[in-house]
Design a protein around this ligand. Structure first.
Ligand code: E4P
Length: 225
């Protein structure tokens, strides 16, 4: 499973990129608005300097013509840019036009399998089903992932399922078990995925047991230098 980082925060992106566990980045207007220090385009350019994998950047226009204008400008920012379009009729019209120009599109705000099917048919590279927001209104987000993964497998659909609006590490395991290709993860969820109390206890025990050896010999690895 590929991991994208669902953030526009440069130190966070850098931290996880340096660990080699992040394959791409997804941003949205809310995430960019949080990083208010510089002009959003300058900020996006800095993200693109850091990331070699796909970086999703969302349009804010809602009508076909202006979506196209914004999407074409966004696409010029870099080879790895993916334009994010919302799941609307204008969005699908723009997607179809852009896909003929070779521009990759991530269709966002997917809340049903029918929406995912339509986006795939119109030429989406990725569909982003928002599982957390479904859970928030008492619908099972993971059921949607199961449905989309199964439906896409039934046909020669190349569109990738990008699990979005992830709120906790259990959802990552569940989505991976269902065979979803990508999950986009907020930094706090990625942080939590590292954790296990037995790992911390294990390190403390090794260090406690080693104290006597260290007192006698110092750092044994120094002798290898
Ligand atoms: C990703 O592409 C989405 O913008 C994001 O996952 C939305 O997450 P949220 O529901 O936590 O805002």
């Amino acid at each position: 499973m590929k991991f994208f980082i669902d953030s526009a925060n440069i130190p966070m992106i850098e931290k996880f990129i340096d660990m080699g566990i992040v394959d791409g980045v997804t941003t949205n207007p809310s995430l960019l608005a949080k990083e208010g220090a510089s002009h959003p385009i300058d900020h996006l350019k800095k993200i693109l300097e850091l990331v070699t994998g796909p970086v999703s950047i969302e349009v804010v226009a809602t009508d076909y013509e202006n979506m196209l204008k914004e999407a074409r400008s966004i696409a010029k920012l870099g080879k790895n840019v993916v334009v994010k379009l919302p799941m609307t009729k204008d969005g699908m019209h723009a997607l179809h036009t852009l896909s003929k120009e070779g521009i990759k599109v991530n269709v966002t705000l997917i809340f049903s399998a029918n929406q995912a099917l339509i986006a795939a048919k119109a030429g989406a590279t990725y569909v982003s089903p928002f599982i957390g927001r479904l859970d928030d209104i008492s619908f099972n987000g993971m059921d949607l992932i199961r449905d989309i993964v199964q439906i896409f497998k039934n046909y020669p659909i190349k569109t990738e399922v990008l699990v979005a609006s992830v709120r906790n590490p259990v959802q990552v395991i569940d989505a991976a078990k269902l065979g979803a290709g990508i999950a986009t993860l907020p930094p706090d969820v990625l942080d939590k995925m590292f954790m296990h109390p037995l790992t911390d206890i294990g390190i403390s025990r090794f260090l406690a047991d080693w104290k006597g050896v260290e007192q006698k010999y110092g750092n044994i690895f120094d002798s290898l230098k």
